[in-house]
Design a protein around this ligand. Structure first.
Ligand SMILES: [Zn+2]
Length: 97
């Protein structure tokens, strides 16, 4: 795992800024899937944080952008675990957003 330079309160990884050849993910309104289980997450000290969620046999990424009093939540496409994990790594490294 990458070592992150961050204040001591930050225990979770941060996403790196999007790179120029960053892949554009498709974001959808949340499905309201109560079954989804969060398996990985990024640090919530950033205005936008991400969670890798497992639902049934598939995984997706949930994005929360904090605006004043009104966080906006979006979800990516659903993928098989291997593909979703690769997308999660790409997201952390600024290669998908
Ligand atoms: Zn942090």
């Amino acid at each position: 795992m990458v070592r992150w330079e961050c204040p001591p309160r930050c225990l979770s990884p941060h996403v790196l800024p999007a790179r120029s050849h960053c892949e554009e993910l498709t974001w959808h309104p949340p499905r309201g899937d109560g079954q989804a289980r969060v398996v990985r997450w990024t640090c919530d000290c950033d205005p936008a944080f991400y969670e890798l969620c497992q639902s049934g046999g598939l995984r997706f990424i949930r994005r929360t952008v904090r605006a004043r009093n009104n966080p906006s939540i979006d979800e990516s496409d659903h993928w098989p675990a291997g593909e979703a994990d690769a997308m999660w790594i790409a997201l952390l490294h600024g290669l998908a957003r």
